[in-house]
Design a protein around this ligand. Structure first.
Ligand code: MG
Length: 242
């Protein structure tokens, strides 16, 4: 009898310890050792990392396909008013884009949208507004860092004219299915001078000055910079394809 009780006790203990071992997960069960991220060398203070494509003056062309008509001095590219927008020679889909921009000194007669206006267009159609929004009232969905007419920035992180500013943009291209149906809208995250101002927001379609936007299916397209008649300067533009 005692033998039987001891055997029963032993099996209960064995069973419970077996169950315990099965139920407590090991740390390695959730460790991922494959899919190692590619090692790159990051740059300091907005300098391009080793896997970036540099978008200097020679990486851009006129919207008609000719030479880049904008001014180019010591790595600083400046809008040539009237020369129209420029676009990258290369087309892109999903990207991380770094852009530095500077509003020129302007007198007080230039106000609202007519004050340091330019813009960074992802895939030709989707604008992150560039504007002097330091002390310049305009409609909120048209100020610097707005996704023009669609998303107001979370805060106004603008610096004064003549100071260099930066945008770091994470862009997810829209996806289209058969017959041009929208599977997923374009999305953007924007960091302005180190501050998050657009947090993975969706766009309802291309940037429009008037009216409600609607998507038309497209594939990879160039990045555009806008000529809006103001001598806005750009430097240190680089992009990483995602
Ligand atoms: Mg603009």
């Amino acid at each position: 009898m005692t033998k039987f009780i001891l055997a029963a006790l032993f099996s209960i203990v064995s069973l419970s310890s077996f169950s315990w071992a099965q139920m407590v997960p090991e740390p390695r069960a959730t460790e991922v050792w494959n899919k190692e991220p590619v090692k790159i060398t990051p740059g300091d203070h907005g300098a391009p990392p080793s896997d970036a494509i540099i978008l200097d003056h020679s990486a851009w062309q006129s919207i008609n396909g000719g030479e880049n008509p904008w001014d180019n001095q010591n790595g600083v590219m400046t809008v040539k008013p009237g020369a129209k927008d420029i676009r990258t020679k290369k087309s892109f889909g999903d990207v991380q884009l770094h852009v530095e921009w500077r509003i020129p000194e302007l007198d007080e007669k230039f106000v609202s949208q007519d004050r340091g206006n330019s813009g960074v267009f992802l895939q030709q159609f989707y604008e992150v507004q560039v504007l002097d929004s330091y002390e310049n009232k305009t409609y909120n969905n048209g100020q610097a860092g707005s996704l023009y007419k669609q998303h107001i920035p979370l805060v106004n992180a603008t610096k004064p004219a003549m100071e260099w500013q930066s945008y770091d943009i994470i862009y997810t291209a829209p996806r289209f299915g058969k017959n041009g149906a929208v599977i997923s809208q374009a999305r953007m995250t924007v960091i302005h001078n180190g501050v998050l101002i657009q947090n993975n927001v969706s766009l309802t379609g291309p940037t429009l000055y008037i009216g409600a936007p609607a998507y038309e299916a497209h594939g990879n397209l160039p990045i555009y910079l806008q000529d809006h008649d103001h001598k806005v300067s750009y430097r240190n533009i680089w992009v990483r394809e995602l």
